[in-house]
Design a protein around this ligand. Structure first.
Ligand code: KIV
Ligand code: ZN
Length: 385
């Protein structure tokens, strides 16, 4: 595998499902897991089996159904959790246990009432215990974003020595700036002696709207796995959005990073997740929002009609959206009106001014002028000729 391959770890079914009101049942989880497998993700985090018998059964069912991706189950650094995760993934073709605990001083003091030394011991024990079940063990250093770098390097070295194949560096609270997160990864790459024995993973939350930027900064500094969700859903303000990271890497191909994602499936999958979770996608969401390829101001519409790339950096077909939209509003100009009229099979002959005048009258009364309104305007004009 090339050094520039970025592994896509999807946690829609675990961190994504932690969104209040978005719980999925087992058939829904299996349906989404199969779609993720087809999309080409490398790892599917299917759930947190100790959390409930229902989640345990869902993880089991996902493991049986998924053909290509690694299927991963979450656990805390606790033996009972690891037992549950290990049992839930026993039917997976490529099983992984994702175990870990908080490493920031705040977590060590307030969550665990413990010490830095004791946390390292617990981390080592958890990884070794998980290795009894599977070869592929990922360790997460929760709140790594706010963990002191020198101490984090010691934790990472210890868990790799204990057998971790992947080490997750979560910005759990979405605190970091891209430069800080990138420097953290750089520090680990340069100061963990056995870093070549494992892959570093970015798991960024979006509390400051920086999850994608932080994940990209992580990649630029040595991360080779990114943890993300469809539509960026997840705890609080969400996780890194899968579609954003994948398209950033594709649009900036000169960086040389590649993923195995079939980008034409991004929009259909975004819709599937939104429907099953009953959570709408915000219209201005990058890549998959309803307005991501819609043009409504006259200046933009005119440029877009002359040459698509004047106002679009992505061909919508590349992400599974059939075509861009010209939305007619009171801000639209003659070029957009003519374009939409032609789309519905009407060729305005000669002077379009009268049509445009009538169009603006309608547009000023309502937010958008739709096809039915256009037909009415045309019909009205003809009946007066
Ligand atoms: O945000 C986080 O730190 C997590 C871990 C459990 C990986 O979701
Ligand atoms: Zn998380």
């Amino acid at each position: 595998m090339s050094d520039k391959k970025i592994y896509i770890f999807d946690t829609t079914l675990r961190d994504g499902e932690q969104v209040p009101g978005c719980k999925l049942n087992t058939p829904e989880k299996v349906e989404i897991a199969l779609a993720l497998d087809e999309l080409g993700v490398d790892v599917i985090e299917a759930g947190f089996p100790i959390s409930s018998p229902g989640d345990f059964r869902s993880v089991e069912a996902v493991c049986k159904a998924v053909k290509y991706a690694t299927v991963c189950a979450l656990s805390r650094a606790v033996e009972a959790d690891i037992d549950s995760a290990g049992n839930a993934i026993r039917h997976a073709k490529r099983p992984r246990i994702h175990t870990g605990l908080g490493t920031s001083d705040s977590h060590i003091k307030f969550k665990f009432n413990s010490t830095r030394e004791e946390i390292i011991e617990r981390a080592i024990r958890a990884v070794k215990y998980a290795k009894r079940y599977v070869e592929d063990v990922e360790f997460y250093a929760e709140d790594a974003g706010r963990t002191d770098n020198e101490y984090l390097a010691k934790v990472v070295e210890a868990v790799i020595k204990a057998g971790a194949t992947v080490v997750n560096i979560p910005d759990t609270t979405g605190y970091c700036l891209p430069e800080q997160y990138g420097n953290k990864i750089k520090f680990l790459m340069e100061n963990v002696p056995n870093i070549d024995k494992a892959i570093l993973s970015a798991h960024c939350h979006n509390d400051l709207g920086l999850a994608t930027a932080n994940s990209i900064a992580g990649i630029q500094n040595g991360v080779r796995q990114v943890e993300c969700t469809i539509n960026g859903i997840g705890e609080r303000a969400g996780n890194t959005s899968l579609e954003e990271v994948v398209m950033v890497l594709k649009q900036h191909a000169y960086m040389g990073f590649e993923t195995d994602i079939v980008t034409q499936q991004l929009f259909p999958l975004s819709q599937l997740v939104s429907t099953r979770m009953r959570m709408m996608v915000q219209p201005n969401k990058a890549i998959v929002g309803a307005n991501a390829f819609a043009h409504s101001s006259g200046i933009h519409q005119d440029g877009f009609i002359k040459h698509r790339e004047t106002y679009e950096i992505i061909d919508p077909v590349e992400v599974g959206v059939s075509e861009s939209k010209i939305v007619l509003t009171a801000r639209s100009g003659r070029a957009a009106l003519k374009f939409r009229l032609q789309q519905i099979g009407f060729e305005p002959n000669g002077n379009i001014d009268e049509l445009y005048r009538r169009f603006i009258e309608v547009a000023d009364r309502q937010k958008e002028v739709r096809e039915a309104d256009l037909r009415m305007i045309i019909g009205d004009m003809h009946s007066h000729i």
